[in-house]
Design a binder for this molecule. Structure first.
Ligand code: ATP
Ligand code: MG
Length: 395
């Protein structure tokens, strides 16, 4: 058996792009090269609508794990390149299917062909028939049947200009758009379940997501900081090159606690977070803020309160989880591997000094009146001066 494998990568929405398609393709190819770096023995080619990799077969399993973390890939398959010879393709199919029949009494199968080379003398259904009938001749006595609608095993053939690739293991990718194609955003990352999911969702929309964490160290200890470092690292796995900003928040929080109305506390913390985040976003060239809010999930996430928070900045505030319920957010967090870290017990800075009756419909004039009681501009400048800037790739 050949020592090389061919990886066929299919795009997701890039396929729908018109004239700027090249830009998206380049972005995706760059990201794929990055995740596969460290292995020099890979050849890349990108005929229209596809990316092909030629890799050593010993790298196939690892390659598959890495490609599953790249936004913008709809699906991929790892197969074998060969000439378009029906006997040879069928022989390979027989070899693969026989291995499956060893552990089963019967198997429903079909052949699916796609031709990107339209000058090939046979149509796709004809190729399906030629290869399928050869395989059936050998394996029907062992329980193989043809079933196109309910196939348990699909042998796929992709006929291109220079080569034909045969595979049987189409794998689902993350879909969406390649990171870097939509620009930079800044995610307010707490140690909870929601904000890491929101960051992941924006990475899958082509954003490079940077992070800001408002740290309340003296009140809460280093646990929250460690969690956020690990969460940022997990999300960065899907994109690379993120920066994490850790802003000391204890003075601001102390001032709000001591001088402002108790029921407004959470909304006042948030307004300060947004002002600081907007300032960092501007310095970093981020085009929007991202957070993990979901409508009605907690008292601070009513429509009135969301509006009272985002109006402190003219930047777009993106809330990718706004319409999701907690259960689906948790499922997503489990899927992307952040859930286990997020549920480690550690109070969030907004839950310290939690008011007994937080306001659910805050009024902006009251919030502004409270803010007039503290030197928030000075506290903000001070916090930004002491901010820690971390390159997440180096963690
Ligand atoms: P999460 O699970 O992400 O913490 P949550 O349901 O606990 O969300 P809140 O505590 O109300 O929600 O926070 C809403 C959003 O505000 C968070 O998703 C996050 O984007 C932002 N946020 C809250 N606390 C912080 C913090 N200490 N640092 C940075 N962002 C924060
Ligand atoms: Mg939280």
């Amino acid at each position: 058996m050949t020592e090389r494998r061919t990886v066929l990568i299919r795009y997701d929405e890039i396929g729908l792009k018109g004239r700027n398609r090249k830009f998206f393709e380049k972005c995706l190819l760059r990201n794929i090269r990055r995740v596969l770096s460290g292995t020099d023995d890979i050849q890349y080619s990108s005929p229209r609508g596809r990316i092909f990799l030629d890799i050593p077969s010993s790298f196939a399993a690892e390659c598959s794990i890495r490609l599953k973390a790249v936004p913008g890939i709809a699906s991929f398959s790892i197969g074998i390149s060969m000439s378009s010879d029906f006997d040879a393709i069928a022989a390979l199919g027989v070899q693969w299917i026989e291995a499956r029949l060893e552990s089963a009494d019967s198997l429903k199968f079909c052949v699916k062909t796609r031709r990107s080379e339209k000058s090939f003398p046979k149509t796709s259904p004809e190729v399906n028939f030629e290869v399928g009938s050869r395989i059936m001749k050998q394996l029907s006595p062992q329980g193989l049947t043809v079933n196109i609608t309910e196939a348990e095993y699909v042998l796929e053939i992709e006929i291109g200009r220079s080569e034909t690739v045969v595979f049987d293991n189409r794998q689902q990718g993350l879909c969406g758009l390649p990171v870097g194609s939509s620009g930079n955003v800044l995610c307010l990352l707490s140690g909870g379940i929601d904000s890491p999911v929101s960051a992941f969702m924006m990475a899958c929309r082509g954003c490079r997501v940077h992070f800001v964490f408002f740290d309340n160290q003296p009140f809460l200890g280093r646990g929250g900081y460690d969690k956020v470092l690990r969460l940022a690292k997990k999300i960065n796995h899907f994109q690379a090159k993120a920066t994490l900003y850790v802003v000391p928040f204890e003075e601001m929080q102390g001032a709000i606690r001591d001088h402002c109305n108790e029921e407004n506390r959470i909304i006042l913390y948030r307004r300060m977070m947004y002002r600081l985040a907007a300032e960092i976003a501007e310095r970093k060239g981020c085009l929007a803020l991202v957070n993990g809010e979901s409508l009605g999930q907690v008292a601070s996430q009513t429509l009135e309160n969301l509006a009272a928070v985002s109006c402190v900045t003219s930047l777009s505030v993106l809330r990718p989880l706004i319409g999701m319920n907690k259960e689906s957010i948790i499922n997503k967090a489990k899927e992307i591997g952040t859930y286990e870290v997020s549920i480690e017990p550690q109070p969030d800075c907004c839950s310290v000094f939690m008011p007994k009756n937080p306001v659910t419909r805050s009024k902006i004039p009251f919030l502004e009146r409270d803010e007039g009681k503290i030197p928030w501009q000075e506290l903000s400048d001070n916090a930004l001066e002491r901010m820690e800037i971390i390159k997440v790739d180096d963690l």
